[in-house]
Design a protein around this ligand. Structure first.
Ligand code: SAH
Length: 366
């Protein structure tokens, strides 16, 4: 059997892995063993899987493979944030970021090569779009980061949280994001609780319903504006799914679990969305949604026309929200010296939308 026909086991969540083993005439429990080898022990050589008989190992070598993307760059920022550039089979490359904090370690995972949404303040959008990632390419980011970070001397987890906040729109690649999230939650793979896996979306309203039904992880919504006129400019997807519909879907998302809240992300752009009036308007529209607000100081990238709001402007904005009873946090900028901060992930996208060329023509810059 040629390499092209082999099943990459990284593409399979537990149910799919069980199907695979039943398909080759084996017992379903092999799935848990192999998932444990791959995801908990980081093993990609069947010979090392000592609880599988010799014959089974030989059959797996024939029929399957564990293909992990190669690290082509590994950078560590002054604040300890670490960014990996991973090479995919087709020549594209994606970025994954690890953000260490006192009490937790967060891995920021990409779901697509580039992005189709074209939010005006986001560097990934400016890169254009190539394709969605396979399950293997999403979960491999966790595998590769785990291996590179090594083991905590006390045996604690190093990656305690995963956020789908890297390149791409996860709800536009839901069919592959879903099995990857199931592996994140699987006790035999990464064993993270639902609270510690966060999916961030620009607001693909119909898919929020599927997420709620099939895998209700923590939800973050990139809101960035308190009214449709402004949000249409910043997040063009808003023209399709306006704020009222989006917030309605958020309320539904929280309805099943009384303690859950949606995190609303709000990028602070000087003179664009950061006035006191905007803050009051935001407090008003979020009034009846169980919510937290994350203010994100804008991270600049080449060719952007936006500037970051000043510290006093961000503080004033926050104070209005807090006075209105909203839990509000200003997100610390992390890893910006290696372009690992929010909105700075670019990877290496073989753009198929030709967006970069069009932008260069328009701005007269190559
Ligand atoms: N498409 C999803 C996942 C990407 S998340 C989403 O939109 O939520 C990336 C987060 O970083 C989003 O909240 C995004 O709005 C924010 N972001 C994008 N560009 C940014 C920039 N230049 N500075 C700060 N935050 C940015």
């Amino acid at each position: 059997m040629s390499a092209a026909e082999k099943t990459n086991l990284l593409n399979l969540d537990r149910a799919a892995m069980q199907e695979f083993f039943v398909g080759i005439g084996e017992k379903p429990f092999r799935a848990t063993q192999v998932i444990q080898w791959i995801h908990q022990y980081g093993v990609d050589d069947f010979e090392a899987m000592t609880n599988l008989g010799k014959e089974l190992r030989a059959r797996l070598r024939e029929a399957a493979e564990i293909r992990v993307p190669e690290i082509i760059q590994d950078q560590i920022a002054a604040d300890g944030t670490r960014k990996w550039l991973l090479r995919l089979d087709d020549g594209n490359a994606i970025e994954t970021v690890f953000i260490p904090e006192e009490e937790r370690g967060t891995l920021c995972v990409s779901s697509q090569v580039g992005c189709t949404l074209n939010c005006s303040f986001c560097s990934t959008g400016h890169q254009g779009f190539n394709r969605s990632l396979a399950v293997a390419e999403i979960i491999a980011q966790l595998l590769v980061a785990n291996r590179a970070l090594g083991r905590d001397p006390r045996g604690d987890r190093i990656i305690t949280n995963v956020v789908l906040m890297g390149m791409g729109e996860p709800l536009l690649n839901f069919d592959n994001v879903l099995p990857a999230m199931r592996l994140m939650l699987d006790d035999y793979a990464y064993g993270l609780s639902r609270r510690r896996v966060t999916l961030s979306t620009a607001g693909v309203v119909p898919m929020l319903e599927r997420l709620r039904e099939e895998c209700p992880v923590s939800l973050a919504v990139s809101l960035h504006a308190p009214n449709d006129a402004l949000r249409d400019q910043l997040v063009p997807l808003n023209k399709k799914y306006p704020i009222r519909e989006l917030l309605e879907a958020c309320r539904r998302y929280c309805a099943d679990s009384p303690r859950s809240r949606v995190t609303f992300e709000y990028v602070m752009l000087e003179g664009v969305n950061d006035s006191i009036e905007h803050a009051h308007e935001l407090a008003r529209i979020l009034g009846d949604v169980p919510s937290k607000v994350n203010l994100i100081p804008f991270n600049p990238f080449p060719q952007t026309q936006y500037r970051r709001s000043s510290k006093p402007a961000i503080d004033r904005f926050r104070d209005v929200l807090v006075a209105a009873g909203l839990t509000t946090i200003t997100r610390k900028t992390r890893g910006d010296d290696i372009d690992a901060a929010c909105g700075q992930l670019a990877g290496r996208v073989q753009d198929r939308t030709r967006r970069r060329e069009r932008l260069a023509l328009r701005t007269g810059r190559a």
